[in-house]
Design a protein around this ligand. Structure first.
Ligand code: PLP
Length: 417
């Protein structure tokens, strides 16, 4: 029965699940003697062979420091690194590859904007708007700026389903609002925010918008020009790429207006003890030896998901989410946190008064990897009046059979309490 359903999904959404799972060697390993069921994709995704092959190829055949070398290897590695930038530009629909800045990840990208934007454009008492469902990485950098620049954080509230209250957002905007920084998809609830509407409202008030796409770039096709966001950030490791690298997209006119973030090699035009001048975009923001192994293997990951097709991925993952939601709700005493009308790939839940940590530990012994705790969203957990949840998050390499195993695992744990 399950096989039939899976084939049906495969047929409808063009996902070749057998081939895809073969691309991810880790998915066929066992933990505690049980087949791994990996449902912690919102924390990090597994890597297809082509990404690891690219890392190996770069180190074995193309390892040389880039941009400054005149020798063959350095130039070839530079070409690959800059070609990766163009791949990323096209992947998110940016106008120019100069608008693609390599960082260490979504967190560093937000810190970069918080620091440089507040330094350049904010006065004490100016306001930055975030939402109640932000990851700590879109809260704490702004709180640091509260101390440094004197800005104040304002928070868009949510309803009990975990949806942003757009009317309340409108009321928060005032002449002191300097930036809106919101997540596209909530890592803890799976809510898909209406970022088109948020951007439209902010721009009507001449306020720029930063979109945290850490949980969306791997699930839905994005086009930054159509969205018209001013900044957008994401991490490679959540999109099937390597750890330690990510992207800051910024409109060229904004990036040109911002001061540098880190100082060092690469980001300068000339240095003297009297005066230092800075490099052009995007290098102005890329101090130090660039991560050319990270950039090129990240591009391999984005090419991989582009080949499958983001529309196919979205359709298949929506099916998985609908199936998981339906099956989980059959469990006695299970409550889902995050019931927004528009959701993506994440189910957060608790079962009766079983602690999320106990549930996670016992599922782990059955080979099922889920996340437990506050998911780096403590203010959201406070709003929901829980100290944490169990979170299952899905990728296009997961199957309905794995969801059945999750449901059976939860039932087994529940029967122990
Ligand atoms: N934003 C969201 C919505 C996230 O889910 C995460 C990570 O979980 C981040 C930002 C931070 O990503 P990273 O730790 O890769 O910088």
């Amino acid at each position: 029965m399950w096989e039939l359903q899976c084939l049906q999904i495969e047929k409808d959404s063009m996902i070749d699940i057998t081939k895809i799972r073969n691309d991810f060697p880790i998915l066929s390993r066992e933990v505690y003697g049980k087949p791994l069921v990996y449902l912690d994709n919102a924390a990090t995704t597994q890597k297809p062979k082509c990404v690891v092959d690219k890392i190996e190829q770069m180190y074995y055949t193309l390892n040389a420091n880039i941009h400054r070398g005149v020798h063959f290897l350095s130039q070839q590695a530079t070409d690959e690194h800059e070609a990766a930038r163009v791949t990323i530009q096209k992947f998110i629909g940016a106008k120019s590859s100069d608008e693609i800045v390599f960082t260490r990840g979504a967190t560093e990208s937000i810190n970069l904007i918080a620091s440089t934007y507040c330094r350049a454009f904010c006065q004490p008492g100016d306001e930055i708007i975030v939402s109640a469902m932000e990851h700590h990485s879109n809260i704490v950098p702004w709180q640091l700026q509260e101390e440094i620049s004197g800005v104040k954080l304002r928070v868009i509230p949510i309803n009990d389903a975990g949806e942003l209250l757009i009317e309340e957002f409108k009321k928060l905007i005032n002449p002191r609002t300097k930036l809106v920084s919101v997540t596209h998809i909530s890592n803890a609830l799976g809510t898909v925010n209406d970022i088109e509407e948020i951007i439209r409202i902010a721009h009507e008030n001449n306020v720029p918008v930063l979109i945290d796409a850490a949980q969306s770039v791997q699930h839905v096709a994005l086009d930054v020009q159509k969205l018209d966001c001013d900044f957008l950030v994401f991490s490679a490791h959540k999109a099937y790429g390597p750890t330690g690298i990510g992207i800051l997209y910024g409109k060229e006119e904004w990036l040109n207006k911002l001061p540098p973030y880190h100082g060092g090699g690469e980001m300068i035009a000339s240095v003297s003890f009297e005066k230092t001048t800075f490099n052009v975009l995007p290098f102005k923001f890329e101090a130090g030896t660039p991560d050319f192994v990270g950039s090129t293997s990240m591009a391999a990951a984005l090419d991989y998901i582009s080949d499958i097709g983001l529309d196919n991925i979205a359709a298949y993952e929506d099916e998985l989410l609908a199936y998981a939601t339906e099956q989980l709700l059959t469990i006695d005493g299970l409550k889902i946190y995050g019931t927004a009308a528009n959701k993506c790939s994440v189910v957060s839940f608790l079962v009766k008064d079983i602690h999320h940590y106990d549930m996670g530990m016992l599922l782990d012994k059955m080979g099922i990897a889920v996340r437990t705790g506050h998911h780096c969203t403590q203010p959201l957990m406070d709003r929901l009046k829980v100290d944490g949840t169990v979170r299952a998050s899905f990728s296009f390499y997961n199957t309905k059979e794995e969801i059945d195993q999750l449901v059976a695992g939860i039932e087994r744990v529940a029967s122990m309490f």
